[in-house]
Design a protein around this ligand. Structure first.
Ligand SMILES: [Zn+2]
Length: 547
């Protein structure tokens, strides 16, 4: 039983002058009540949260988004004392950490695990985390997808038998592709209400994987985009990964490996590969914002209860690490923000934006208890099928370091002379500081001449995303008053570059935000990209837009 300091009990009594009704029964999750045959509906999630609120003064609930179909996405704030808002944490040395689940509402064990996690922390049955951490928990990030629970969804997955929701939200969008374009209320709410407002040092996003066959029920990886801060990447890859995975095994009895798939299922020794580095994936997006990000992918072919308990244990394991290393982690992200500021003030020869990536192994080698595969003939084709024989593949490379392949110099600022309120709104939605030029100026800038503009052949998330080729050249340009100026001397400088570089594989140009400026009607060659760059900072009369 955790002992609550008297001062905190005093604070709790002040908040609740008449104590809450005694002996409220502790809630059980739908998974627990059903013997792990079912997962919670959104109404059951809300009822569970309500019960937690009636049994503990250490939790508050905030709505971080309202979905396209009108459902509220609740986030629990757990603290001792529980802060009313981020403002209340000024001068408080607790670190804020964030966990979310059910972004793909067919992948449901994280939702059940996070509900259990909140209950166990509030009941004092875990190690004490609340002396050093404020814990934010969003158990059901995609309630619209969750509302479509059916046994017909994700039938490859081993339970729950009574069915799961679907991958998409009420707009038919995949929320784990919305990190950069911010077209969904859920991800926009995450950025506005959680990342920009509470600024958690740690982000955890829970999924269920489909892929390679192995015995470990739990896998995870981290922010992989090479334009993110290298020190944070190194800390996660070299320090946290081995430490957490060893601890999962020794303290929590849960085998755990990095997330990925075999490079070659016929030859597992060749190595293990994670998802790509694009920041449309929220874990990569948060990494690009200089914060520790974790993508949790559980193994779909173990039973539902093992997945729930495995995910629950992984959360505890990260909380252990975050509590024990709080000061180091707070310093690490603050130093990353400062490096970003300094780089933007005086970009040097070594400062680059990575346009295309290669792939290398991280220094730590990994071991996986893989199922042996066998060839079967089906429909005239040879396919691979998992057997039930385990063959441990030892000491193999993990190709989780996306390396710079082609780079361009990192600029001091981007200048946007077009009067496009949509572009402005999107930059500001990310939390990027944008300024407006107060009087016309003539400057030597870098202009990007587009030589090829190729929309994708297939629709993706409601878009035909662009691939843009071309090159920068120095030119003199007249910039009107009102030109938008985004300096990279800000903590989100790398994110600003990833949004505004024309060749970025996940930027605003890729997602069609500049289409109308790139070609007029009746064809004709593509026009110059409507965003200029300044390689060195130039003092200019400007005003920051907005509050
Ligand atoms: Zn997923």
């Amino acid at each position: 039983m955790r002992i609550i300091p008297l001062s905190l009990i005093g604070a709790a009594l002040l908040l609740f002058p008449s104590p809450p009704a005694a002996a409220q029964p502790e809630p059980l999750t739908t998974a627990e009540r059903s013997g792990f045959r079912a997962t919670s509906t959104h109404a059951e999630v809300l009822a569970f949260i309500g019960q937690l609120q009636r049994s503990s003064p250490l939790v508050r609930v905030e709505t971080i988004a309202v979905t396209a179909e009108g459902r509220e996405v609740p986030m629990l704030i757990i603290g001792a004392p529980v802060p009313a808002s981020p403002r209340a944490l000024r001068g408080d040395d607790r670190a804020v950490v964030y966990f979310q689940a059910n972004i793909h509402a067919g992948e449901v064990e994280g939702k059940e695990a996070l509900l259990m996690l909140a209950r166990e922390i509030l009941a004092g049955r875990t190690r004490n985390y609340l002396d050093r951490l404020v814990i934010l928990i969003t158990p059901d990030f995609n309630p619209d997808g969750n509302e479509r629970i059916s046994p017909a969804n994700r039938t490859n997955q081993n339970g729950p038998d009574e069915g799961v929701g679907i991958r998409y939200n009420g707009q038919n969008l995949d929320l784990n592709r919305d990190g950069m374009k911010l077209e969904s209320p859920e991800v926009s709410g995450l950025v506005a209400r959680v990342l920009n407002r509470w600024d958690p040092v740690f982000f955890f996003d829970s999924h269920t994987h489909n892929g390679s066959y192995h015995a470990e029920p739990v896998t995870w990886t981290w922010g992989l985009n090479p334009n993110g801060d290298a020190a944070i990447f190194t800390y996660l890859a070299d320090r946290v990964m081995p430490e957490v995975n060893r601890r999962m095994d020794t303290e929590y009895g849960t085998p755990c490996i990095p997330h990925g798939d075999f490079l070659d299922a016929r030859d597992p020794a060749r190595g293990w590969v994670p998802l790509g580095p694009e920041p449309r994936y929220l874990s990569n997006y948060v990494g690009l914002r200089n914060r520790l990000a974790v993508l949790n992918e559980n193994y779909p072919y173990v039973d539902f209860e093992s997945r729930v308990r495995g995910c629950f244990n992984l959360c505890l394991c990260f909380l252990d690490h975050l509590r024990e290393n709080r000061d180091e982690i707070v310093d690490l992200v603050a130093a990353a923000d400062e490096r970003s500021m300094k780089r933007g003030l005086a970009p040097g020869a070594g400062d680059v934006f990575v346009v295309t990536t290669g792939r290398e192994a991280i220094s730590e080698r990994i071991t996986i208890a893989a199922y042996e595969m066998e060839e079967v003939e089906a429909g005239g084709r040879t396919r691979l099928r998992s057997t039930d024989r385990i063959r441990v593949v030892e000491d193999i490379p993990y190709f989780a370091r996306y390396t710079p392949e082609r780079t361009i110099p990192f600029p001091a600022a981007y200048l946007i002379p077009i009067p496009d309120e949509g572009v402005l709104a999107r930059l500001r939605a990310h939390g990027i500081t944008v300024e407006r030029l107060l009087e016309p100026v003539t400057l030597e800038v870098e202009e990007f001449t587009v030589t090829a503009l190729t929309p994708a052949a297939r629709l993706n998330q409601g878009h035909y995303p662009n691939t843009i080729e071309g090159e920068y050249a120095r030119v003199e340009r007249d910039l009107p008053a009102g030109t938008l100026i985004v300096t990279t001397a800000q903590p989100l400088g790398a994110l600003a570059a990833a949004l505004l570089e024309p060749e970025s594989d996940d930027g605003l140009a890729y997602w069609n935000c500049f289409d109308r400026y790139l070609a007029r009607q009746w064809g004709g060659g593509p026009m110059a990209y409507p965003v200029y760059r300044l390689i060195r900072p130039v003092p200019l009369p400007t005003r920051i837009i907005g509050p």
